[in-house]
Design a protein around this ligand. Structure first.
Ligand code: ATP
Length: 488
């Protein structure tokens, strides 16, 4: 991570707030840590990302259907899934700053520091040791590693640590009106279990044949201890998960298929190859026989945006055991019943929102000498941009606003467009650049004569003249989801 890059992140956060993308939650009360609200432009960008993912899964793949399960689930769900027993992260507290850290994050930051000092071998050895101890769940060993390496709390600067302890990340709440009758239930920490418990409902009612998938978008909640890096790690966030049910023994084939397919999806939306990479898990979760992350290079380094996990039959088998309901599928091609294996793709809507915001945020110098100015714009893929086009009359007189409004009214039935007549054209361009609007259309005096307009491209700032009747086709081509699908 270069210092220059890291310095851009606070600017991106400020930009997100100033231009209506992301606000701190309940900000008038000073906010709530690791909880955020999406503003008028943010919600459009996020909805576009979600819709694109949804259509990719349920429209482009003919053997995937969607569901929308409830956030509250029977408490046994989380016993079967293993979350009650082991959705824990090892934590350590610094006694001086009273700050609590996830042990793996603390050690990873230390390794990053070693790396930046050119001590790559040492960094690698520390991470290897940490992974080994995490697999063994050796908390004493992890504590010793922190002490032996002399890792200090970034806040207090001391190494005055408590022992390493486990901490459950699920939020509990009560259902039932009278306290004594109330039952403890959890806010779901992942959306996947809503899919597993509905596996047979969907399979039977949809007469689905293996291999098939079930997709879902929804909120998930985790009491993240180290809540940092803006919307990268939130306590309430949104997941887009797809569980793909396969015949046992074929899971690795599908694991590779989904690994490639999901990477292509991120690239199709304009994220360059060198900013994405795979990271294979060394410490496998309790349910997985293979797992990897797709990582994006954020200004603060490469971090996970999506997980691809081969979950075996772990979840369905445990639900079968606890619920005493059969979770089997009869495969008439081989004349056998079995509990299917599952390969899942799990991506955070907020994380890819942040990825696109970071990638799109551009500062550029334009002009020469004294006229040189900095131009800031969001080079968002047109398919996900909150506003597709802005329509401006050049001036507020001579019948230009009336003509521009006509164009606006015609375009708004197909695209999310805005009409603006305040301020100079330059200022209006700037306002649209800042929120990533791909096209600005100006109605001028020539329009009244020949029904042509200027259309300005956000990224090049170049203008062309086009007949009004060609606008729908022009904008439609650029913003169509089909253009993304073609690249898959
Ligand atoms: P991490 O290691 O960053 O905590 P994870 O491995 O626990 O993530 P998964 O359980 O695999 O994450 O969840 C799948 C996806 O959900 C992640 O790739 C990420 O995009 C998203 N996600 C998970 N936790 C959060 C969070 N606290 N805030 C925002 N998105 C999250």
């Amino acid at each position: 991570m270069s210092i220059e890059n890291a310095g851009i992140f606070p600017k991106i956060i400020a930009h997100a707030k100033e231009y209506g993308f992301v606000f701190p939650s309940s900000e008038i009360y000073d906010g709530l840590q690791a909880v955020y609200d999406y503003g008028q432009n943010g919600v459009e960008l996020k909805n576009n990302l979600k819709l694109l993912w949804w259509k990719t899964m349920t429209q482009i793949h003919e053997n995937i259907v969607g569901i929308d399960a409830a956030i509250f689930m029977h408490p046994n769900t989380w016993v079967a899934s293993g979350h009650v027993a082991s959705f824990n992260d090892p934590m350590i507290d610094n006694k001086d700053s009273k700050k609590r850290y996830r042990v793996d994050h603390l050690i990873e930051s230390y390794a990053e520091q070693l790396e930046s000092e050119g001590k790559s071998d040492k960094a690698k050895a520390v991470l290897e040791k940490m992974n080994h101890l995490l697999v063994l769940e050796d908390f004493e060993g992890l504590y010793q590693l922190i002490v032996n390496e002399g890792i200090k709390c970034p806040l207090s600067g001391t190494a005055n640590w408590t022992e390493v302890r486990q901490f459950n990340l699920m939020f509990a709440t009560q259902v039932g009106s009278v306290a004594e009758e109330a039952n403890t239930i959890y806010l779901r920490p992942e959306t996947a279990q809503g899919i597993f418990v509905n596996f047979l409902n969907v399979q039977k009612t949809g007469r689905m044949k293996i291999p098939f998938g079930i997709a879902q978008i929804g909120k998930a909640f985790r009491n993240e201890i180290v809540a940092r890096q803006f919307i990268f790690r939130m306590r309430e966030f949104e997941q887009m998960e797809m569980q793909f049910f396969v015949r046992p023994g074929t899971e690795m084939e599908w694991y590779h298929y989904w690994k490639e397919t999901r990477m292509k999806w991120h690239r199709a939306l304009g994220i360059p190859e060198h900013k994405l990479r795979y990271h294979d898990h060394e410490k496998l979760a309790h349910y997985a026989n293979a797992a990897l992350d797709i990582e994006f290079e954020f200004p603060f380094g490469f971090r996970e945006i999506e997980g691809i996990h081969s979950r075996t039959d772990f979840d369905l088998r445990n639900h079968q055991e606890l619920s005493k309901k059969k979770m089997q599928y009869f495969d008439n091609e081989i004349n056998q019943s079995y509990i299917p294996y599952v390969v899942e793709t799990s991506v955070g809507a907020d994380r890819i929102f942040l990825m696109h915001l970071c990638h799109a945020y551009t500062e550029e110098l334009t002009g020469e000498g004294e006229n040189q100015k900095e131009r800031v714009y969001l080079k968002l893929h047109p398919a996900i941009a909150p506003v597709k086009a802005a329509i401006f009359p050049l001036t507020k007189k001579d019948g230009l606003p009336e003509k521009a409004e006509k164009v606006y009214k015609d375009l708004k039935t197909e695209f999310r467009v805005v009409y603006e007549e305040k301020d100079s054209i330059g200022k209006r361009y700037t306002r649209q650049d800042l929120i990533g609007t791909p096209f600005c259309i100006t109605i001028d005096h020539q329009t009244l004569e020949d029904d042509t307009v200027t259309i300005r491209d956000r990224d090049t700032a170049l203008q062309r003249r086009l007949p009004i009747h060609a606008l729908k086709e022009e904008i439609g081509q650029a913003v169509a989801f089909a253009r993304v699908f073609e690249k898959l």
